[in-house]
Write a protein that binds this ligand. Structure first.
Ligand code: ADP
Length: 193
């Protein structure tokens, strides 16, 4: 099993690149953002709770997200591996993920961090807001999401760097060029399916 985290700020292109990686390497995609939006749209108790945070640009509490991830991993025992997108977003989530994977006799092998300058991120997110229909893609909420990222999520990169698992990748090239660089890193562990 090969497990990858795609890491990066809102708007860095994690969603787009995850799709490419999933197609090429046949990994199971776990996006906490997508899972949460699905809960919100089905008006589940978890979704109703999560929406309060998401609409304000705040992170949803760790225990909610960790529980969701755990059941997702359990649903796919035969997976070739997982790609985590938008998770872990706090050090507590990273530690919980390590424990979950250890219990399943596996681990995170690689963390690819997409690095994009702040001005470019803001441009992309505001632009996406005009078409995405996402209630958190407006200028005020985007600002809060970026702040949450800087204070709570950036330490996750340090955590994986200490474990020797972090690779930084320039994320403001074309989609194709960025994918090529990401692939080179993944190929060291797993060849395309
Ligand atoms: P982005 O484009 O900002 O990376 P996502 O689609 O990953 O957005 O997430 C949207 C929102 O869902 C976040 O702002 C946050 O409220 C919530 N969320 C997603 N993943 C997590 C997580 N791992 N921990 C806490 N909250 C999360």
């Amino acid at each position: 099993m090969f497990n990858l985290i795609l890491f990066g700020p809102p708007g860095s292109g994690k969603g787009t690149q995850s799709e490419n990686i999933v197609k090429t390497y046949q990994l199971e995609h776990i996006s906490t953002g997508d899972l949460l939006r699905d809960e919100v749209s089905r008006h589940t108790p978890l979704g109703v709770e999560a929406k309060k945070y998401m609409d304000q640009g705040l992170l949803v509490p760790d225990e909610v997200v960790i529980g969701m991830i755990s059941s997702k991993i359990d649903e796919r025992p035969e997976a070739r591996g997982f790609i985590f997108d938008g998770f872990p977003r706090t050090k507590a989530q990273a530690e919980a993920l390590d424990k979950l994977l250890e219990f399943k006799n596996t681990q995170i092998h690689l963390v690819l961090s997409l690095e994009v300058p702040a001005e470019e991120l803001m441009k992309r997110l505001i632009n996406r807001g005009t078409t995405s229909g996402r209630s958190d893609d407006n200028e005020e909420v985007i600002g809060k999401r970026v702040k949450e990222y800087q204070t709570k999520t950036e330490p996750v990169a340090t955590y994986y760097n200490h474990h020797g698992k972090l690779e930084r990748v320039k994320g403001d090239n074309t989609i194709e060029d960025t994918f090529k660089i990401l692939s080179k890193h993944i190929d060291k562990y797993l060849l395309p399916a």
